[in-house]
Design a protein around this ligand. Sequence first.
Ligand SMILES: [Zn+2]
Ligand SMILES: [Zn+2]
Length: 342
Amino acid sequence: MSLIRFTENGLYCQQGNFYIDPWRPVEKAVITHAHSDHARWGSQSYLCHSLTQPLLELRLGTNHYQTAEWNEPIWINGVKLSLHPAGHIIGSSQIRLEYKGEIWVISGDYKTENDGLSGSFEPVNCHHFVTESTFGLPIYQWQQQEEIYSAIRNWVSKNQDDGYSSVLIAYSLGKAQRIISCLAKAGSPIYAHGAIANTQEKLIGAGITLDSVRRVDPGIPKQAYKKSIVIAPPSAEGSSWLQRFAPYRTAICSGWMQVRGNMRRRNADAGFALSDHADWPGLIQAVKATGASQVYVTHGFQSVFSRYLNEQGIMANEVSTAFGSEEDNETTMEDKPGSNNE
Ligand SMILES: [Zn+2]
Ligand SMILES: [Zn+2]
């Protein structure tokens, strides 16, 4: 019997009676990271990395949480479970499972470049590797983070010279923290939408060293925003909430910006291909580093990526899951009706 089965509730370990990132409520959920497609509401207990817990609390409220550190083994009915850095967002972890010599790694979402905030992705040897494929096409090859950061800084200072505010559209959990750290050293205050300010405050409250931001608030006179830097979630794109920053220019920070047409379709002035996911070479490198004899490819370009792996002599299968791509359609706290519109 296989240690992990792909069931209608999610990835199930029968021996330990727990699920990894289940998409339906279950008794025991082991969570790779706090994005909404992986950490869903309704389970009776959650096991996650200690840095993921405050984020789960923010989204799911009080619950039964058990935490672990990276590389700290936990035994569940004979199954040895441990978490290893996935480099995707703060607290994001790969889940390693071992039982009677059979080793599985479920990677969740991951990126191979160290962003300085999320922990450095750690290759873990295994027999069975479950990988995402969000950017599993050869066209997706990222520039180094530092190059993208300096392009962002140049864009902001050009806007300031021209008398414009700079509105950067970035997901509240993951991308926003990176953009804030990229721009914090420039010296200008950074204003943040409520969803991003909440996330930032929660993380700082949990003891994570991050730069603080100013919350966009109706009490702040419009004049104060002149030539300012504003970080906003995708839900604010094209909304009247942005009017207070006029005149402004917008930039979308997303891996999808690698494809030029996407920026025009979204009516942005600029696009930066900054992603929290591995690019095509990163995915290949990560899969090879595991030495896995069997790979399962989930959410993204499953068929292209698994076919490529098969051509390389690595056994790979597509697996359909309910994981989405937060680059694509993440519904996080900013999208809950009635919350954080300021
Ligand atoms: Zn994610
Ligand atoms: Zn995901």
